[in-house]
Design a protein around this ligand. Structure first.
Ligand code: PEP
Length: 254
């Protein structure tokens, strides 16, 4: 089945108002049709500016803005956190949830991630749910167990039917920011496992859920990765900070 191709940019804690302008102008010039959904996820201070910039460029109307995180709480004494209603106020449509840096550096658990997915869904935002194994886990042949342990709490929390509004991003931790990309074969094998895991709960939903690959995707390797049958696009970190390279990656996802 043909699924919507998606390319999402994760700027991480990088970027500037200058990059907001450069990216919106660059993507406007790209002139991609709706064949590829493009989502740009800057740091929170740039969310509103990026939304405005895309709104001002007619050719960017179909490009979405995403956040990199959301609080599982509605409001209150949670210094430094950003609520889902604040994201809505910035007209954000997507939110990255459970990125490996949040899991490892900020100790987010899969239960917390599942709550965040629910918070986002309840507000009408599309969660980009990141899952992935470490190098040690892959070497120990625990990849499938780890991925299952990251997916199951979300299925339990929101139900499989709501995966029709979720994007899954498979990001092997050993490939993130390391320049070590999973080979297209390894990535495809793992995406196939993820789809089969979802299919155990619902074949229909599994067939419709976009699964993106993330981990050192660049202009050179994107074509081969995106050609795999279970890879529906990418979540791009470092290469999304370079406008021309990001445009090449977006074009390759058609
Ligand atoms: C990411 O941070 O989600 C990511 C995939 O980073 P990079 O492309 O730099 O590996």
């Amino acid at each position: 089945m043909k699924r919507q191709a998606i390319v999402a940019a994760n700027w991480k804690m990088n970027g500037s108002f200058g990059l907001v302008t450069e990216m919106s102008q660059g993507l406007a010039d790209l002139g991609l049709s709706n064949d590829v959904s493009i989502v740009v996820c800057p740091s929170s201070p740039f969310l509103a500016a990026l939304t405005d910039a895309f709104e001002q460029e007619k050719a960017c109307e179909h490009i979405s803005v995403g956040a990199q995180n959301v609080s599982e709480f509605e409001q209150g004494a949670y210094t430094g956190e950003i609520s889902v209603s604040m994201l809505q106020a910035c007209k954000v449509q997507y939110v990255i949830v459970g990125h490996s840096e949040r899991r490892s550096l900020f100790k987010e658990t899969s239960t917390q991630v599942a709550h965040k997915v629910k918070t986002a869904l309840d507000a009408g935002l599309v969660p980009i749910l990141c899952i992935g194994e470490s190098e040690a886990e892959r070497t120990a042949e625990q990849t499938e167990t780890v991925l299952a342990s990251q997916l199951q709490p979300v299925i339990d929390e929101v139900g499989i039917e709501r995966f029709s509004h979720i994007v899954v991003a498979y990001e092997p931790v050993w490939a993130i920011g390391t320049g070590k990309t999973a080979s297209p074969e390894i990535a495809q094998q793992t995406h196939e496992f993820i789809r089969k895991f979802l299919a155990n709960a619902s074949e229909d939903i599994a067939a419709k859920t976009p699964i993106l690959y993330g981990g050192s995707v660049n202009a050179k390797n994107c074509q081969d990765l995106f050609a795999q049958p279970d890879i529906d696009g990418g979540l791009i970190g470092g290469a999304s900070l370079k406008v021309e390279e990001f445009k090449t990656i977006c074009s390759a996802a058609k």
